[in-house]
Design a protein around this ligand. Structure first.
Ligand code: GDP
Ligand code: MN
Length: 397
């Protein structure tokens, strides 16, 4: 589950990680009140207005702006709230901004300079261990740093038996070129950050930038936090942080009816029983020159009601030009599924406006094929994998 920056920062702060302070606002008036409150609490005169969407690169798209007085807070917040924000990480049409985070300006001038670092905590799947990934090149895309100056990215792996050891936090601070007070602050920051990651059951923390202020404080200025869905049962309070407006509408609906659906970019809708077969089906579609529009596992009980729901979901995606139904009848009987398809098709009527290719294999596959072929509906049947792929190819031209 992905979180907004302001929610991620709240979690960090709850574990003692130092953050750039901010207050979330839904309107320009609320933004001004938030700025006034921050001025009282932190003494800041300048504020940063930050769009809250589930995508990075907001600064590049005009979703992060500095306001030097309350009039500017009001104007900028008014512009950002309600805008369609386009960043390198949003869909081409962008994402609507419902709220902004009003932050204290932490890039204030002072004795020495500010510096931006990159710090993330994530699971290294190759070693099965958590690691801290960090770089002196903060504020940039880490992908770009990895491509152009890979030697400036460091990693520190954590042994699950011991947890993070004090020398590891010091090593991070050292490699980031810090000394004196900033060095101490960074070791505290890294230690608290790792604890937060571990205790919140997160699957990703990406703090870009981590800022060293001119007076040597170390602060999280941004926060991308993903909580491991499988651990949410242990964190009922985090469940309330879910913002379904940020999620794919079809996926949300599928989740509600207990279907395992993942939206993809292609044009061939897939309805398959079993996750493994669903993956193989997507490969098959690719090989046939098509592109899967979704992953959908209808599970073991592919009855008429479920098949109908699945068709409705797939057809919500306007890119779908054909639907491939691929069912292996092991426990489920193919003729049952075939009857389900015929019934669903009849119920849906005009809603089905694309060709359907059905491949049924396994128990009673012959009877199933017979049922489909004699139904008189615009459904093409196949028994072999390749035959199904060829028919899909024909259907989408
Ligand atoms: P992202 O573009 O979505 O990654 O959003 P960030 O939260 O990382 O903010 C983008 C950039 O805004 C940062 O890299 C900073 O350079 C700048 N920024 C953030 N906070 C402040 C601030 O308090 N003062 C100033 N002057 N700039 C800030
Ligand atoms: Mn950032």
């Amino acid at each position: 589950m992905n979180l907004h920056e302001y929610q991620g920062k709240e979690i960090l702060a709850s574990f003692g990680v130092a953050i750039q302070r901010g207050i979330v606002a839904q309107t320009a008036e609320e933004a001004v009140t938030a700025a006034e409150t921050l001025t009282k609490e932190t003494g800041t005169g300048w504020h940063v207005i930050k769009a809250q969407i589930h995508a990075g690169g907001r600064g590049k798209g005009g979703g992060v702006k500095l306001a030097k007085n309350l009039d500017e807070v009001s104007t900028i917040a008014g512009q950002i709230i309600g805008m369609q924000l386009i960043t390198p990480q949003t869909p081409p049409q962008g994402k609507p901004v419902h709220q902004v985070l009003i932050c204290e300006d932490v890039y204030y001038p002072g004795a020495s300079e500010t510096s931006e670092f990159y710090v993330s905590v994530l699971l290294n799947r190759a070693t099965g261990r958590n690691m801290i990934m960090y770089s002196t090149e903060g504020g940039m895309d880490i992908e770009t740093v990895a491509e152009e100056t890979p030697h400036l990215i460091f990693t520190e792996e954590i042994d699950p038996a011991t947890g993070m050891l004090p020398f590891q936090a010091r090593k991070v601070a050292f490699n980031l070129g810090l000394s004196g007070q900033a060095f101490k602050e960074m070791t505290k920051f890294i230690t608290a950050l790792y604890t937060a990651y571990d205790k919140s059951d997160s699957s990703l923390f990406e703090i870009n930038p981590v800022l060293k202020t001119s007076d040597d404080r170390i602060l999280a200025v941004d926060a991308k936090v993903s909580i491991d869905d499988n651990a949410l049962f242990r964190h009922k309070d985090y469940l309330a942080l879910r913002d379904i407006r940020e999620e794919n509408a079809i996926e949300v609906e599928a989740g509600e009816v207990g279907l395992n659906y993942v939206d993809l970019d292609g044009n061939v809708g897939c309805m398959v029983n079993g996750a493994g077969l669903a993956m193989a089906t997507m490969d098959l579609i690719k090989q046939a020159g098509g592109d899967p529009a979704n992953f959908l596992d209808v599970g073991g009980t592919a009855d008429a009601a479920r098949v109908e729901t699945a068709f409705r979901l797939i057809l919500k995606d306007p890119n779908v030009k054909a639907i491939l139904v691929n069912i292996f009848g092991g426990i489920v009987r193919c003729d049952r599924v075939a009857q389900g398809i015929v019934d669903a098709y009849t119920n849906l009527g005009d809603a089905i406006n694309v060709p359907i290719i059905v491949r049924l294999q396994g128990t009673n596959a012959d009877i199933a094929k017979e049922l489909i072929d004699s139904s008189g509906l615009n459904v093409l049947s196949a028994t072999a994998f390749q035959e199904a792929a060829d028919k899909v190819q024909e259907a989408i031209g």
